[in-house]
Design a protein around this ligand. Sequence first.
Ligand code: FES
Length: 68
Amino acid sequence: MKIKARPNGPLLVETGGKCVHSYEGGEDTQEQEFIALCRCGASAQKPFCDGSHKGVDFQAPAGELTIG
Ligand code: FES
């Protein structure tokens, strides 16, 4: 699994093709290779990035984490 930190933006998580999001009161399944997780705290769709980082002057370096 790889997690990429976008410069001044979200964490891109490699899903392997499918992501199941379980939360209080429900569950959603997304079929996509990557999901973007908010790391700025401004998203209205947490835990997912909704692009709000662009309007809050969020600054963080790029990086990559490989697991396994
Ligand atoms: S990182 Fe994109 S909205 Fe927070």
